[in-house]
Design a protein around this ligand. Structure first.
Ligand code: CMC
Length: 427
């Protein structure tokens, strides 16, 4: 691979450095482009632009590869658990027994959320979208924990990581409890992290709550699969907000808002809404497959296709198995899930979908699992957010530790050139 790329513009020719990553990803380093030529690059949607160098996640969309810190997603989903993976993603190495025990014990120090936060929740209407509640509560955590993280001090950063890991899980489940009208639960420091998610969500004051190991395993896997996905929309948002030296909690709150969008984390909600629409319309999966292929119809099959995975989504393969296990364990007989299975089978055989490499993505199967567990559709993206938290934290930490400059893209102005002010009488 050449060490430089040559660019010619007008009468100038310049050489720009070529950077090669550890997995042979090639990038032209254009940091000096404007200084040397006066020109900038234009890349809406950033399909060709790297915003940073990162050592956290590697993904190859063509080959269907996803790795955190060099470990394959398949190995991590099979052999590890969510808290270990969170440690790996945030701190760079798989933890020893002692390290993970200490990490979990340190998270437990911060699992109590200020009671005054409940006053904020009371202000929301019962029908408020849980993602709106989560974004607000996460930002409010900044007010209750105002100490700015001094990234130069390892202790400060570590404390902030433990705090957000503890409190975010609690407020995320509170967003659900609010919409159900249930009393808000407390974290149980005698239980592991993901078990806590289940009891925070589902334990009622009227009786004991028994954790089903098949359900626990599926949720743990889902969180692992969502833990990071390199520079996606919400993660880039977290890095961008953090690049202005906004605090960790405020940056993560911005990430929650970005994740809410239906083209990003909101897709798992959109999948179920689509399935419900198909059911209401008579349950004809064939009809909707045809609509998705019709170029004059804006309808798209939600949960199919991916911006980067143009082969298959490796996470979808893992979670499909967990989805099958959960459905078998719970013995769910749900017409919506039958429509999902029909769509999946038809699309996988359909020429249009095969030719465009449109496979079911992780959101397709995660939506099915959540539905089977009785989690309301509006909570699906919150589930994604809980899983993605370690990734957001790791990316924020990396960005600050690498002393990245404030994110400030340029633009090509295409508006009116200078014109004389028009007096009111002439408008
Ligand atoms: N249904 C029908 N046709 C589709 C679909 C779909 N879901 N997705 C893409 N296509 C077609 C599209 O019409 C285009 O066809 P043609 O080449 O004939 O014009 C071709 O496939 C390429 O589509 P694109 O829009 O250029 O692809 P993209 O990489 O820009 O979009 C996507 C990726 C995920 C936004 C898109 O596939 C989509 O809208 N999928 C449904 C929403 C969804 O499930 N999103 C979740 C993504 S995974 C969550 C995450 O990681 O954030």
């Amino acid at each position: 691979m050449s060490k430089t790329a040559t660019i010619a513009i007008d009468d100038k020719t310049i050489d720009l450095p070529v950077i090669v990553g550890t997995e042979n990803e090639v990038a032209i380093d254009i940091q000096k482009l404007r200084d040397l030529t006066g020109a900038i690059t234009l890349d809406p949607g950033y399909k060709n632009s790297g915003s940073c160098k990162s050592a956290i996640t590697f993904l190859d969309g063509e080959e269907g590869i996803l790795r955190y810190r060099g470990y394959s997603i398949e190995d991590l989903a099979e052999k590890s658990n969510f808290l270990e993976v969170a440690y790996l993603v945030i701190f760079g190495e798989l933890p020893s027994t002692k390290q993970i025990e200490t990490f979990e014990a340190d998270i437990r120090k911060y699992t109590l959320v200020n009671e005054e936060m409940k006053g904020i929740i009371d202000g929301f209407p019962k029908h408020a979208h849980p993602m709106g509640i989560l974004a607000s509560l996460t930002c409010a955590l900044t007010a209750f924990n105002p100490k700015v993280v001094d990234v130069e001090k390892e202790g400060d950063m570590y404390e902030a990581v433990c705090k957000i890991m503890g409190k975010f899980l609690v407020v995320a489940t509170w967003a659900y409890r609010k919409t159900q009208g249930f009393p808000l639960n407390y974290y149980d420091n005698t239980l592991p992290y993901v078990d806590n998610f289940l009891q925070l969500m589902f334990k009622l004051p009227t009786g004991p709550y028994k954790i089903n190991p098949v359900v626990l395993n599926a949720i743990d896997k889902l969180f692992i699969l969502h833990a990071d996905h390199e520079q996606n929309c919400s993660t880039s948002t977290v890095r961008m907000v953090g690049s202005a030296h906004a605090g960790l909690f405020a940056s993560i709150s911005a990430g929650v808002s970005a994740l809410w969008g239906p083209l990003h984390g909101g897709a798992n909600q959109a999948v179920l809404e689509m399935l419900e629409e198909i059911q209401k319309d008579g349950g004809d999966a064939d009809k909707y497959l045809a609509k998705a292929k019709d170029k004059n119809d804006p309808f798209r099959l939600m949960g199919f296709g991916h911006r980067v995975y143009k082969n298959f989504d490796p996470r979808a393969r893992i979670i499909k198995k967990a989805a099958d296990e959960v459905l078998a364990e719970l013995g769910v007989n749900d017409p919506i899930l039958k429509i999902a299975k029909d769509l999946e089978e038809m699309a996988l055989k359909d020429e249009y979908f095969v030719a465009r490499n449109l496979y079911p993505n992780v959101d397709f199967y995660s939506g099915i699992i959540y539905r089977a567990l009785g989690i309301p559709t509006e909570m699906f993206t919150v589930m994604f957010a809980i899983g993605r938290l370690p990734g957001w934290v790791a990316q924020w930490k990396e960005m600050r530790e690498n002393k990245e400059p404030i994110g400030r893209p340029r633009q090509v102005y295409v508006g009116e050139p200078l014109r004389p002010f028009k007096e009111m009488s002439n408008r």
